[in-house]
Design a protein around this ligand. Structure first.
Ligand code: GLN
Length: 541
């Protein structure tokens, strides 16, 4: 591509306005016009990647196919665009500094004093242009994490300012702000937006497009006022009003011409319209789904729903394509006891046991799984959830008292889940798990094989522990089958109990590969089982 266009998405006023959704929506519109697009996220925090962050800090850690532990916004990018992201799509301050410090140690700076400007900003600029330089993209959308005015974002904004100057019309800036509604005054307030644009201008950046996040319709006169105050043309002031589904945002953006404005600003042809037919077909499923399906998610981070973002989105894709309205019930694993489990799980049509790390909440997962297994409820264990399925089966079916993962009990006598050999020498926590896409071969006739419609699949991983091969025969004799394994190492990837309706556990994370246009087959199969189970329950009541 001779002339890649760079679109920067910044945010002001408050965080969590949905810059990721706006970036993803714009990417979807440009893709639907036939352009080649990628999105990258620049996070101002100092961690090298979010892999070592507690989910309470930044929500889920997403994993790319090439094994990068990434910000959860990359999950949105993939779900909206259907295109894989990679390590290059997520850069943090930590990584920028690491690169600069490595260069300094190598002597690359030839005796110069290494400074934020130009060395850090140059490294940011180099990273921004990295994907564009591959020549594969017409547009590179760069989302700048954080909020304008944050100390940590300053070098990123300075890099954006310089790039805009260098790139001229090949760059464009979309600024997302918030227009609060004051209930007592019954008024929408644009002052925070004006201030935030002023702050951006002080950093030397004039936004081309303003997207105003709002709960109430912003009248045209008010939008004109914002345009006037902020040096933006009136049609480039777009509102992003709260919608029932994030997947409706591209349509709302298209209706207001976000893609057209960006094309015009970057000197690209803007005639014609994006072809959103497949996207709208999905939305029609969402709109027309009347009947409810109730899925329980058993996990320990239930207070923060972003912690399980990819799982809840995968479920919503699968529910929509099966014409159901998803009711997702979060079940706090720490609060599940033998006494209350029946009350907590009885009304669910299917149960997911979540991934995770460490001891907290683990016993609740075992209790929930025993209940699900003995009540034959469709159950899906993901990563730690699969490991819990294996442990619960050992304790309650194989009679292996105190069976555990060595993650939870180093000295367990029945280490049915054990540290992978390759992990035994690992000392650093960051980026050292078994990460990213690996092949898996499925057993013909298994539920998993039936779901995927093929035997060779590839899914993404994030773990250190694995099913202990030494116990495989005892499991298989007692009714839990190992139906998926890595073709190179034999690592057990999928277990299931064929005698039950749908009881499947995966060492991998299928939720990292479910998109609006391509829902994950295993989530689809689980959803179908839950629907069938609900119908059976209905018939016997
Ligand atoms: N803690 C488990 C492991 O490291 C499972 C990880 C996960 O659920 N992502 O193997």
């Amino acid at each position: 591509m001779a002339d890649t266009k760079y679109i920067f998405v910044t945010g002001g006023v408050v965080s969590s306005l949905g810059k990721g959704i706006i970036s993803s929506s714009l990417a979807r519109l440009l893709l639907s016009r036939g352009y080649k697009v990628t999105i990258q996220k620049f996070d101002p925090y100092i961690n090298i990647d979010p892999g070592t962050l507690n989910p309470y800090e930044h929500g889920e850690c997403y994993v790319t196919a090439d094994g990068h532990e990434a910000d959860l916004d990359l999950g949105h990018y993939e779900r909206f665009t259907n295109i894989h992201t990679s390590r290059a799509n997520n850069i943090t301050t930590g990584r920028i500094y690491q690169q600069v410090i490595d260069k300094e140690r190598r002597g690359d700076y030839l005796g110069k004093t290494v400074q934020i400007i130009p060395h850090i900003t140059d490294e940011i600029k180099r990273s921004v242009k990295l994907l564009g330089a591959t020549g594969k993209y017409d547009f590179v959308i760069t989302e700048i994490g954080g909020t304008v005015g944050d100390i940590e974002s300053t070098p990123f904004l300075e890099a954006v300012r310089q790039l805009r100057w260098e790139l001229g019309r090949s760059a464009c800036c979309v600024h997302l702000t918030y227009v609060p509604y004051l209930k007592a005054a019954k008024e929408l307030k644009t002052k925070p937006t004006q201030h935030s644009v002023k702050m951006l201008q002080q950093a030397g950046i004039q936004p081309d497009v303003l997207v105003l996040r709002t709960e109430k319709d912003i009248p045209p006169s008010m939008r004109r006022k914002v345009a006037q105050f902020c040096n933006v043309s009136p049609e480039a002031v777009i509102q992003s009003i709260d919608l029932p589904s994030i997947y409706e945002v591209p349509v709302m953006m298209e209706e207001q011409g976000l893609d057209r404005i960006v094309l015009e600003k970057t000197g690209m042809p803007s005639d014609g319209e994006p072809d959103l037919s497949a996207w709208k077909k999905f939305l029609r499923h969402v709109e027309n789904a009347r009947e409810e399906i109730t899925i329980g998610l058993v996990g320990k981070y239930v207070e923060l729903q972003d912690a399980y973002k990819s799982i809840s989105e995968s479920l919503s894709h699968a529910a929509a394509y099966n014409d159901r309205r998803l009711r997702l019930v979060y079940v706090h694993s720490e609060k599940v006891t033998k006494e209350n489990v029946d009350g907590k799980l009885r009304d669910l049509d299917g149960v997911i046991v979540a991934p995770g790390f460490g001891q907290r909440g683990i016993e609740g997962k075992f209790i929930a799984l025993e209940w699900c297994r003995t009540h034959d409820v469709p159950t899906f264990g993901i990563c730690l959830g699969m490991q819990c399925m294996v442990i619960e089966f050992a304790r309650n079916v194989l009679g292996l008292e105190g069976a555990n993962s060595t993650e939870m009990d180093h000295d367990t006598k029945a280490n049915v889940i054990d540290l992978m050999e390759e992990q035994k020498s690992v000392t650093n926590l960051g980026g050292t798990m078994r990460l990213g896409a690996y092949a898996c071969r499925l057993k013909p006739g298994s539920k998993a094989a039936e779901a995927y419609g093929r035997l060779d699949i590839s899914e993404r991983h994030r773990h250190r522990f694995e099913f202990n091969e030494e116990y495989r025969q005892r499991y298989e004799e007692a009714g839990m089958q190992c139906v998926g394994e890595n073709p190179d190492t034999g690592l057990v990837e999928v277990v299931e109990i064929p005698g039950l309706r749908w009881y499947v556990g995966t060492q991998y994370h299928p939720e990292y590969q479910s998109t609006v246009l391509e829902p994950n087959p295993l989530f689809m199969s689980f959803m179908k089982a839950a629907i069938k189970y609900k119908e059976t329950k209905g018939a016997t009541q």
